[in-house]
Write a protein that binds this ligand. Structure first.
Ligand SMILES: Cc1cc2nc3c(=O)[nH]c(=O)nc-3n(C[C@H](O)[C@H](O)[C@H](O)COP(=O)(O)O)c2cc1C
Length: 289
């Protein structure tokens, strides 16, 4: 996606320069500061100021988190990062460093990290990379998302249930050990294609106490079916969302939160605030209803 890559570079540079953010603050949404008490939502044991998040892949190392908060996101997912750097992936070391500084600045923004591996499949080396990433990121992230969608990991993307169950159970055991040793609770989510929804997969996710599903699909119908199938595990809907009515439709179909990517990258830094303002004004809900 060369155009998307170009737009990501341009937008990232504009955010770093502060140029776009100043315009966002001053012009786009004078009556909307991104804090929407009526849309604050509790998911995975965390409070989100608003339900609109940035999907993984834009800010892989967490360099732009401060700027992205000004765009009006309720949460930002950085990554995908892996312990042994994947080609084109984010650096775990840089992510830890950047998130440590975000934390010390005491942000309200929720920040999650999407973790992956340079290895395909669910073998011991991939597991080791995920565990290393969990340990390094644990004090600095609000949640961790295990990426089961990467085109670079066809076996993980296929979601073969038996190896997937063992993999997630081992990561769940690591989560429990880290919670005990640190006193910090960090929920584990998985990012997967919602087309994979099935009763056996639900059982696998429940057994590993997966707290949330970042569910990829452009289809509201697929989301509706999946949110019934995965209930009570909350779904964060991602895929094809461009506007307040799109967000309202996903929330009405059972999502608790949403993420956007291409519409933000190809549109403008104004978009999250416009969506939030649209939801606040009720226009999104009416048009989706
Ligand atoms: C250029 C590009 C890079 C991406 N990188 C990642 C990534 O590193 N990790 C990930 O989980 N998803 C990645 N994604 C997928 C997005 O997070 C998102 O799930 C997908 O683009 C669908 O959302 P959208 O329709 O709003 O773009 C990437 C997508 C694009 C277009």
């Amino acid at each position: 996606m060369p155009q998307t890559g170009l737009n990501m570079g341009r937008l990232g540079n504009a955010l770093k320069r502060g140029f776009a953010v100043r315009r966002v603050r001053s012009a786009a949404c004078a009556n909307c500061d991104g804090v929407m008490p009526q849309y604050a939502v509790d998911v995975m044991g965390l409070r989100f100021q608003n339900p609109v998040g940035l999907a993984a892949g834009f800010d892989r190392d967490g360099r732009l988190v401060n700027h992205l908060e000004s765009c009006g996101f309720g949460f930002v997912e950085i990554g995908t990062v892996s312990a042994s750097r994947r080609p084109g992936g984010g650096s775990l070391v840089a992510a830890v460093k950047n998130l440590a500084s975000v934390r010390s600045a005491g942000r309200d923004l929720r920040v999650g990290v999407n973790i992956g591996s340079s290895r395909d499949g669910f073998g011991t080396e991939a597991l080791g990379e995920h565990i290393a990433a969990m340990r390094a990121l644990w004090p600095f992230t609000d949640y961790l998302a295990i990426n089961l969608t990467s085109p670079r990991s066809p076996a993980r993307r296929r979601l073969e249930l038996a190896p997937c169950a063992g993999f997630l159970a081992a990561l769940g055991a690591e989560r429990d050990a880290l919670t005990r040793s640190s006193g910090l609770r960090v929920p584990l989510a998985v990012k997967l294609l919602l087309d994979h929804a099935s009763q056996p997969l639900v059982e696998v996710l429940k057994a590993a106490q997966i707290a949330g599903i970042i569910g990829v699909s452009d289809s509201v119908d697929v989301l509706r079916t999946a949110s019934a199938a995965f209930d009570p595990i909350p779904i964060i809907s991602v895929g094809g969302i461009r506007s307040a009515p799109d967000v309202a439709a996903r929330l009405a179909a059972g999502a608790m939160l949403v993420q956007i990517f291409r519409a933000f990258v190809g549109g403008s830094p104004f978009l999250p605030r416009r969506i939030v303002a649209g939801l606040q004004a009720g226009t999104g809900l009416e048009r989706a209803g």
